[in-house]
Design a protein around this ligand. Structure first.
Ligand code: ADP
Ligand code: MG
Ligand code: ZN
Length: 476
């Protein structure tokens, strides 16, 4: 039997506001434990929450970016559960009327086509604190308690682990472009839960889903989904689907690469949601509503513009636009009048490989956009060969010097003086009279041999195009 994979993703994005969702404590966790707290986020009796306008604005910007409905009136609810890192005994969240509903984004598929993924809703809520376990003692740090989160829930429109990763990468890029979150996965400001089920191909109904929690890298998400799909298919094929695939929460064991049952899945009734009586419904004034429409250029638009403006390939444009920092770097390079094709190659292949090897992000690249553009300009004006430029780039990764100085220090200046090259050619031809005779008798593939000899004699510095031209002239 053939199966279809059905995936829906829930992503918690930590909004990068200065202060918490319902109080004016700073949203910084690096400080001493429990320093950034107040009566409200400590849940002391009588303290009242006040909605953070900046968080509301950022949620709305996300709504505009995903062509969603933004509810001018939304409601905050209490989601009740007990856990030591949740001081109130409930989390303030949104339930029946979230601020954002029915959005969508597009992912790019392998074959170059686009696929629409529905966004069911995006709602505002507060984060919990952190429990720290030290041997037999557990401690609670409430610095994070009350930090604003935007929970973004997708429709079950995703059909493979590749599509899931493409969706998350697009979502990641969008929130970074909007500058509503730093979306750092390692630090937990972009956290994903994956809901996974299978069904016989052609079947329309949804089968039992499991929810996999704690996925903090794209690679783990991919592996966790692939494992879980395989587990469910095997259970079906072994005739134990009903026993082994139950609605539950599972955890991904990154060491063993397997998912394991953590607990039965709560139903929403378990949380006894009700509107928070301490908070009036959130009503967005018309003027504020209109102001939030003004959002920056998004990755898809940037990609289209790069193709249009610079004539680069869709694949390259998508790759560059997928990261705000890479896109900015590329645009800065393009202001320096170099060819777009060279800019793409040197950015996405040469520089990317070196940064990757050194474990450095593009924001912290030791070679800035002006420097890389200048290096390319030196290839284009024939000061150095493309091959020599790779050595110069290696050098620039380690030394903070100007491009021309690096070329000097490495002695890589290209020889483009035809007199000097001709002299070298004469020498090579004299030393290889027998081969010249063979060439003239028709063994044309010896041409490459002569080019090689001249390049060697120049220590790789002769302009290869000029060598070719002059050699042809001499040998004809
Ligand atoms: P909860 O908040 O209890 O996790 P939701 O109804 O909000 O439940 O759904 C959460 C996610 O699960 C959504 O992204 C939705 O698309 C996805 N989902 C729902 N049913 C299925 C299913 N059968 N298979 C895969 N994903 C599903
Ligand atoms: Mg869930
Ligand atoms: Zn506080």
């Amino acid at each position: 039997m053939e199966f279809e994979v059905v995936i829906g993703l829930e992503v918690h994005v930590q909004l990068n506001t200065k202060t918490k969702m319902f109080c004016s404590c700073p949203t910084s966790f690096a400080d001493e434990p429990n320093k950034n707290t107040c009566p409200t986020c400590l849940a002391l009796p009588g303290a009242l929450p006040v909605i953070n306008e900046e968080a509301v604005k950022k949620a709305m910007m996300f709504g505009w970016a995903t062509e969603a409905t933004i509810n001018k009136k939304s409601i905050f609810n209490r989601k009740n559960y007990f856990y030591p890192d949740l001081p109130k005994g409930y989390q303030i969240s949104q339930f029946e009327i979230p601020i954002v509903e029915r959005g969508r984004l597009f992912i790019d598929l392998e074959d170059g086509s686009k696929k629409e993924i529905g966004i069911t809703r995006a709602h505002l809520e507060e984060d919990a604190g952190k429990n720290i376990h030290e041997g037999s003692i557990s401690k609670v740090d409430l610095n994070r308690a009350g930090t604003p989160l935007l929970e973004i829930v997708s429709e079950p429109d995703i059909r493979s682990s590749d599509e899931a990763v493409a969706y998350l990468k697009k979502l990641h890029a969008i929130v970074r472009y909007l500058d509503i979150s730093d979306a750092n996965m390692q630090e937990g400001s972009f956290r994903c839960d994956a809901n996974v089920s299978i069904r016989p191909k052609g079947d329309e109904k949804l089968y039992t889903r499991v929810e996999i929690k704690n996925l903090n890298s794209f690679r783990f998400i991919q592996r966790a989904i692939e494992y879980e799909v395989q587990r469910q298919i095997e259970a079906w094929e072994d005739g134990v689907y009903d026993q082994e695939v139950v609605q539950e929460t599972r955890l991904f064991d990154t060491q063993k690469g397997v998912t394991r049952s953590m607990r039965g899945k709560e139903e929403s009734a378990d949380y006894r949601y009700f509107p928070d009586p301490d908070l009036l419904p959130l009503v967005i004034p018309d003027e504020f509503f209109e102001q939030t429409r003004d959002i920056p250029e998004l990755p898809d638009q940037k990609k289209d513009r790069f193709i249009e403006e610079f004539g680069i390939k869709p694949y390259d444009a998508a790759l560059i636009a997928s990261s705000k920092e890479t896109a900015r770097y590329f645009e800065q390079m393009m202001q320096r009048g170099i060819s777009a094709k060279n800019a793409v190659t040197w950015l996405t292949v040469e520089l990317a490989a070196r940064l990757n090897k050194a474990g450095i992000d593009i924001e912290n690249s030791p070679v800035d956009s002006a420097t890389l553009a200048k290096l390319i300009a030196r290839i284009e004006d024939k000061t150095i060969s493309a091959k020599a430029a790779k050595d110069v780039l290696d050098y620039l990764m380690e030394h903070r010097v100007d491009v021309d100085q690096a070329i000097d220090e490495l002695g890589l200046k290209q020889i483009s003086d035809s007199g000097a090259i001709e002299a070298m050619i004469d020498q090579i031809l004299q030393a290889n009279e027998d081969k010249v005779a063979e060439y003239k008798a028709g063994k044309e593939k010896l041409f490459g041999f002569f080019v090689g000899q001249v390049m060697k004699a120049s220590k790789g510095k002769a302009d290869p195009k000029l060598v070719n031209e002059l050699l042809r002239k001499k040998l004809s």
